[in-house]
Ligand binder design. Sequence first.
Ligand SMILES: CC(C)(COP(=O)(O)OP(=O)(O)OC[C@H]1O[C@@H](n2cnc3c(N)ncnc32)[C@H](O)[C@@H]1OP(=O)(O)O)[C@@H](O)C(=O)NCCC(=O)NCCS
Length: 176
Amino acid sequence: MLDSVSLSFHLADNSLCMICNFGRQDLQDLVAIEAQLSSSPWTLQNFEGSVNSSHVCVGVKCSGKNLTQDSPWIAYAVFSLVADEAELLLLGVDKHYQGRGIAKALLQNMETLLMDYADEMFLEVRASNEVAIGLYDGLGFNCVGERRNYYPSSNGSGGREDALIYGKNISGKLCL
Ligand SMILES: CC(C)(COP(=O)(O)OP(=O)(O)OC[C@H]1O[C@@H](n2cnc3c(N)ncnc32)[C@H](O)[C@@H]1OP(=O)(O)O)[C@@H](O)C(=O)NCCC(=O)NCCS
């Protein structure tokens, strides 16, 4: 199985970024970022559950000049790997670093890594999350289904919102 992740990429402004596993010691920092990104954020317990399971838990650190293990986390993603299928369970980029291509690079790099372990990747996204949908469209994901009224509405109305299910063949095999 996939034990440890260590990848790197450059942003358009030439900043060097690294993707590596996060662990228990990192969770307070990640929970703080997550709390600012979602109307129903993952809790410390949710993160702990993933870190303590077989989920692939990765984060991103970037720096214009000095990139070290002590640089702050600015993005994270959690994947499950079950029976030739990868599922993106969580994705977030710190508000201060959004719009710089970090999510795109993170997913592209993880897709390349996970294609040795899975044939397809799936994810669920709120129907109203236009930014994330633009990201997934741009990466070649297709909408393959929906779950009606799946999420509590994020606009505080007390209503419900549909989830869209996106999928992508990541094996490199042709789909006939
Ligand atoms: C969705 C999210 C992860 C994108 O992260 P990001 O690093 O800002 O995204 P990127 O800079 O890599 O942009 C990738 C694509 O997203 C889309 N996008 C990014 N910012 C956008 C914006 N402000 N408006 C519209 N589309 C946008 C574009 O399609 C972009 O591709 P392009 O640059 O080739 O046009 C980030 O906004 C986030 O953390 N949102 C809150 C949590 C969330 O929604 N997670 C996903 C749940 S399914």
